[in-house]
Ligand binder design. Structure first.
Ligand SMILES: [Zn+2]
Length: 407
């Protein structure tokens, strides 16, 4: 279809802004195509306003060779939806034992390196990773978690986990990892990106490190900005809502496996710290950590369920709700979704753009989601704000159907 004029869309009340860039998503292909494929994930990304989506390498096989990077890029291009960029492994097979060939992976097209989900616990190896990534001209994206401390925890360790009788992951498991990562960034002088920060103390550590001039950047997820560990107990109110909201949402259903995510949903104080970090620039970016799962991995007992929330299509309305509640200015949120992740990854501005209807109300419905992953605790929830048009490389690649009215 013809490219609609941006000025016309704006005149009709739509918000026209640069396309979002998700620096952390799981597209599951190869290996877990029952949960997502590159094509379904790239389409879900566009529906959520992400004209660029970066695929994490925890696939089967993991993306640790130039050939696999090239294959992923070819599948991304064939999907003809969001631009798909590969993140390659830090270590061979994500086993945390020896480094992948980071220079070769970068040459093949990897935009960053991460063993996300399997943090590099060997500090000497992580030091080398930071140094070699610098040579390769790419950033290391680290999932900060001391897995020996988080142990078999399935949610945040605190009052809610005690009440439910579920094993918890202490906030300290994130904080000790962040402290180590920052110490190694200081030692090497290399760039480091910390992904999905979720605790008050972790964010404070990054604030200090930035004040000291370290080349560190960080992101938070929409779910850590909007939801608390009370959701595991059955609450359905956003972090900025009062108890009336729970009454309005009906009976609480605790132990919803769709609230199980790593890092876990935290306390209100942590959520407030995430927003404060976003406002003062300690947190640079918002990334979804989109983690789709086939229902067989989620529709089981809480302790047995896989970690992860399907998040590409609900990120925008969650963030708009936070803006409406006064948690951050709209410009701050939009910058954290587009300009900041581009800067972190060193990507050129491709001029991709989206048009948003800020007032469109919709209900999160498993059948309507473009992602194969229906695992979101927001199912059945009314949200406000939708992407109407997404333009990639000068072509309309997503059109919610409303654009005819706007043409
Ligand atoms: Zn992670």
């Amino acid at each position: 279809m013809a490219l609609p004029a941006r000025a016309d869309l704006e005149r009709r009340g739509l918000l026209v802004v640069p396309g979002f860039v998700d620096l952390h998503a799981h597209l599951r292909e190869p290996g877990f195509e029952d949960s997502e494929t590159i094509a379904t994930g790239a389409r879900a990304a566009l529906r959520g306003g992400f004209t660029t989506v970066c695929a994490m390498p925890n696939t089967e096989p993991p993306i640790d060779s130039a050939g696999l990077v090239a294959e992923l890029m070819a599948k991304g291009a064939a999907a003809d939806a969001a631009r798909v960029l590969p993140i390659a492994c830090i270590t061979r097979g994500r086993r945390g034992a020896d480094l992948a060939d980071l220079v070769e992976l970068a040459r093949a097209g990897a935009v960053a390196f991460s063993d996300d989900g399997s943090p590099v616990s060997d500090s000497r190896l992580f030091r080398s990773a930071l140094e070699y990534a610098q040579v390769a001209g790419r950033v290391v994206i680290e999932h900060p978690q001391d897995v020996s401390l988080s142990g078999n925890g399935v949610m945040h360790e605190g009052a809610a986990s005690a009440g439910l009788g579920l094993p918890g992951m202490p906030a300290a498991a994130e904080e000790t990892a962040v402290a180590r990562d920052l110490a190694l960034a200081r030692l090497t002088g290399a760039r480091l990106h910390l992904t999905h920060l979720s605790t008050r103390a972790a964010i404070e550590l990054v604030r200090q490190a930035k004040a000291d001039g370290l080349a560190v950047t960080a992101d938070v997820t929409p779910h850590h900005l909007a939801l608390t560990d009370e959701w595991v107990s059955g609450s359905r109110r956003f972090a900025w809502e009062g108890s009336e909201e729970d009454a309005r949402q009906g009976a609480a259903i605790p132990y919803d496996p769709n609230t199980k995510v790593n890092p876990p949903l935290r306390t209100r104080a942590d959520v407030e710290a995430c927003w404060a970090g976003l406002r003062d620039g300690t947190i640079d970016a918002i990334a979804t950590d989109h983690a789709p799962h086939a229902s067989i991995r989620k529709e089981v007992e809480y302790q047995d369920a896989a970690f992860g929330i399907s998040g590409l299509e609900t990120a925008l309305p969650l963030m708009l709700a936070g803006v409406s509640a006064g948690r951050a200015p709209l410009e701050t949120v939009l910058r954290a979704l587009s300009e900041a992740p581009r800067r972190i990854l060193g990507l050129a501005d491709t001029g991709d753009w989206i048009a948003i209807d800020r007032d469109a109300e919709w209900t999160v419905d498993a059948l309507e989601l473009g992602s194969k992953g229906k695992n979101t605790p927001l199912l059945g929830r009314r949200l406000t704000g939708r992407v109407v048009i997404a333009v990639v490389n000068g072509k309309v690649r997503y059109d919610a159907g409303a654009s005819a009215a706007f043409a």
